[in-house]
Design a protein around this ligand. Structure first.
Ligand code: NAD
Length: 388
């Protein structure tokens, strides 16, 4: 006897007990993607049924390390496997869109690392396919599940910040030494780490943007990417709101430590990100005597919101291997929150956060921003399908 609760099968056993079938995820891409395997393995409602990467020796190494038997070198074989409920895609950026579309065509739910795609048309196709199929799509944006974001959101929801007056985010990133496909990337085409906290905090959409390019990258990077700007700096007009956000990005040829910062300016309190990694962030409180306005704070962890077996993964930075843990501080303990959000959405048959339309809006901000920069800062409107 079986019944469906969303995508999650619930059985009543012969003894009359309610037994839920664990959701089967296939992990696609095992660089950064491998970081998520132990989290799924310990999540009470999910299991890693298969892994996929093109290099067989590397595939076997990961399979042996985590004790996973089903190993695929061909993505199409994953999609043909009826046991797989959803794919978690961590392939290189140019592969996100086509892999997401094929998975949806094969009837699989999709969790995909950032960005959703690199063109507006691909974002539109994914949104339409999700709407047609009723399958779930979530862009696995780490920033909006970081402990800093969860802390700021809690302050905002409690009214402690007052009215939001301005938002700012930066993502300086020196990509020399990373996989070569980064050399072909445009800074604003990987902007979701700065867009998402601004739009996520107020749970609103970007309506239009204006972006300027600044400085120049060296000739070989400019040739490979088709982009000359070293820095791209953009203002976002937030829909149905008087608030604007300012974001900036670079990938090459600017001297600065890695940073994914988010500053929030409210009427009562403001949050400012530390200038140097691992130093305390600052809260400014209005109307105090001047020296007392800033106070350095320790941001709490939000592991208590997770099922007990995966709580430890908000702090597992020291065991991690991927370079993004060194440049990026372990993404604020976000990985188990991402896993739990998508698994919960499937179990509860609800949209994940961010859903496909929100993911498209967050991704298209960067695409529209680069278009604006090429036109000298002209205002570019977000496509209608991202504003629904
Ligand atoms: N904070 C974040 O959100 C964050 C941090 C790091 C990386 N990422 C994203 O994760 C993705 C992967 O990054 P990475 O550094 O691990 O890259 P990588 O190039 O080291 O690894 C990519 C993986 O994808 C696999 N792959 C590529 N094409 C495939 C195919 N056709 N079929 C099956 N597997 C395929 C490769 O074998 C490899 O395992 C990137 O898109 C990156 O943007 C996000």
């Amino acid at each position: 006897m079986s019944d469906f609760a969303g995508a999650h099968e619930v059985f009543v056993s012969e003894e009359g007990l309610t037994v839920t079938k664990k959701l089967n995820v296939a992990m696609i891409g095992l660089g950064f993607g491998a970081e998520f395997i132990p989290i799924y393995q310990e999540h009470p409602q999910a299991q890693v049924a298969a892994i996929c990467r093109r290099n067989e020796a590397d595939l076997n190494q990961v399979g042996d390390r985590f004790g996973i038997q089903k190993r695929y070198t061909r993505y199409e074989d994953v999609l043909a496997d009826p046991e797989i409920d959803f794919v978690h895609i961590n392939s290189p950026i140019p592969d996100h869109a086509w892999m997401s579309l094929r998975a949806l065509d094969a009837g699989k739910h999709v969790m995909c690392t950032v960005p959703m795609a690199t063109t507006i048309d691909e974002c539109r196709q994914i949104v339409e396919k999700v709407q047609q199929t009723g399958l779930k799509y979530m862009m696995a944006e780490t920033v909006v599940y970081s402990r800093e974001f969860l802390f700021i959101k809690e302050l905002y929801d409690r009214g402690e910040l007052g009215k939001i007056q301005h938002l700012a985010a930066s993502h300086p990133q020196d990509m020399d030494g990373w996989p070569a496909y980064w050399e072909a990337m445009i800074p604003m085409h990987y902007a979701t780490h700065v867009v998402s906290p601004c739009l996520g905090l107020m749970n609103s959409r970007a309506e239009y943007v204006s972006c300027f390019g600044s400085g120049t990258v060296r000739d070989d990077i400019a040739r490979k990417s088709g982009n000359r700007f070293a820095v791209e700096t953009c203002h976002i007009k937030i829909q149905d709101s008087d608030v604007t956000a300012h974001i900036w990005r670079f990938l090459y040829d600017v001297a600065r430590q890695y940073r994914e910062s988010f500053d929030v300016y409210g009427t009562r309190k403001s949050f400012e990100w530390t200038l140097v990694e691992n130093e305390p962030h600052v809260i400014h409180t209005a109307k105090l005597p001047e020296p007392e306005i800033p106070s350095k704070i320790e941001v709490p962890d939000y592991a208590h919101r997770l099922p007990e077996p995966i709580r430890k993964f908000t702090q597992s930075i020291q065991d991690a291997e991927h370079l993004s843990f060194i440049q990026g501080g372990g993404h604020g303990g976000s990985h188990p929150h991402l896993v739990h959000e998508f698994v919960s959405a499937l179990v509860e048959n609800r949209d994940p956060w961010p859903n496909a339309v929100q993911s498209a809006n967050w991704t298209c901000v960067g695409i529209c921003a680069h278009e604006s920069a090429l036109k000298g800062g002209e205002i570019v409107r977000l496509p209608e399908f991202t504003l629904q």
